[in-house]
Design a protein around this ligand. Sequence first.
Ligand SMILES: [Zn+2]
Length: 115
Amino acid sequence: MKFANVIAHQAEKKHLIHTVTENRISHAQMFLGPPGSGTVPLAIAYAQYILCQNKQENDSCGACASCTKIQKHNHPDLHFSFPIHLSKEKHIYKSDNVLADWREILDENPYFGDR
Ligand SMILES: [Zn+2]
């Protein structure tokens, strides 16, 4: 996902791009906001910008091999970890076990149905 596809968050986008151009990317960052506010798309756009092989001034290229992998949610350097409901019957104990569902949800609506 490119920054251009993230609704709102203009100040945050500018700040995140600045951290990359100034080579001051924090080793860990939290994107917090109410459900549907777009923090997940913003975090993915930031990861794509960081990993893009042909960065533009204000966005990732969206076309290089790295961008393509991120847009398919299968870049080897982008990992998703999220809380899940524990289920002994389905042996769902970690987010890796529901990653296919996660990718499908991201493809359908990265705002998780609130937009
Ligand atoms: Zn790219």
